[in-house]
Design a binder for this molecule. Structure first.
Ligand SMILES: *[C@@H]1O[C@H](CO)[C@@H](O)[C@H](O)[C@H]1NC(C)=O
Ligand SMILES: *[C@@H]1O[C@H](CO)[C@@H](O)[C@H](O)[C@H]1NC(C)=O
Ligand SMILES: *[C@@H]1O[C@H](CO)[C@@H](O)[C@H](O)[C@H]1NC(C)=O
Ligand SMILES: *[C@@H]1O[C@H](CO)[C@@H](O)[C@H](O)[C@H]1NC(C)=O
Ligand SMILES: *[C@@H]1O[C@H](CO)[C@@H](O)[C@H](O)[C@H]1NC(C)=O
Ligand SMILES: *[C@@H]1O[C@H](CO)[C@@H](O)[C@H](O)[C@H]1NC(C)=O
Length: 191
């Protein structure tokens, strides 16, 4: 039953080679998973914005109507695309919800980007109920936060689908006099 010597040696070389190959494959895969394919948070870059359609009246009662249109580009740095369902962006002032903006379903391609545009209607009615309003108004800046939780799927190589969620938060700061709007967003991806 004993194999001829040469054949035995070939077997050893062969197995040694495939073991080394296997180790290299594992090392490369693990490295890829933890570097290239490691899920990265999306980046959200808002465009400069201004309040529009501002209608303001101080007497006899304070009345303020304005629209705040914010456009942003979502950059997906992952090797998988992200498809999300219809959702709602909530705009809060000092912890109080003042606007809800529908956000239509969409997808951000792998290593790609998506432009989104949102319009929030701002009215003073709710703002003045906050004890901070006059103080903030006097200081010349009104700060808002917007939050959106996008539920959807991460799609890798058009085959693998995972449930995925993106939680995004934006700090929105409105300069009362110039009506300029500064926006700063962060997003987190959860698989
Ligand atoms: C946002 O985009 C829409 C169209 O996509 C455009 O009409 C609007 O002027 C843009 N607004 C800003 C503030 O860039
Ligand atoms: C703001 O809108 C409300 C309701 O649409 C209206 O009654 C009010 O007159 C508007 N305020 C101004 C300053 O135009
Ligand atoms: C998402 O919203 C759009 C427009 O509001 C609607 O046409 C579509 O049916 C909605 N999709 C789902 C899955 O509800
Ligand atoms: C904002 O107001 C406009 C005009 O009144 C209306 O068409 C739009 O649906 C409002 N948007 C939201 C998110 O309530
Ligand atoms: C997305 O927004 C950027 C920045 O405003 C613009 O350069 C680009 O053309 C837009 N892309 C699409 C598809 O609308
Ligand atoms: C509003 O935001 C601006 C810039 O993000 C910050 O400098 C300022 O302190 C904030 N004001 C309040 C009252 O939180």
């Amino acid at each position: 039953m004993a194999l001829p010597r040469r054949s035995k040696r070939n077997l050893k070389i062969c197995c040694g080679a495939s073991a080394i190959g296997l180790i290299i494959l594992v090392v490369v895969s693990v490295t890829l998973v933890f570097t290239v394919f490691k899920p990265k948070d999306p980046l959200i870059k808002p465009l400069p914005a201004k309040l529009e359609n501002v209608q303001f009246q101080l007497f006899p009662t304070l009345s303020l109507n304005a629209t705040m249109g914010i456009n942003a580009t979502i950059y997906n740095r992952n090797y998988g695309g992200f498809q999300f369902k219809n959702s709602t962006t909530f705009v809060d002032y000092r912890g109080m919800n003042i606007a809800a903006i529908p956000l239509e379903e969409g997808s951000v391609p792998a290593r790609g980007k998506l432009n989104i545009s949102t319009i929030a209607n701002i009215t003073a009615e709710k703002l003045v109920t906050s004890p901070y309003f006059w103080q903030d108004f006097g200081s010349g800046r009104l700060n808002f936060t917007s939050t959106a939780n996008l539920h959807g799927k991460a799609v890798v190589l058009n085959v693998f689908k995972f449930d995925a969620k993106v939680f995004s938060t934006c700090d929105i700061s409105v300069q009362v006099l110039s009506q300029e709007v500064d926006v700063d967003c962060t997003a987190k991806l959860k698989l």
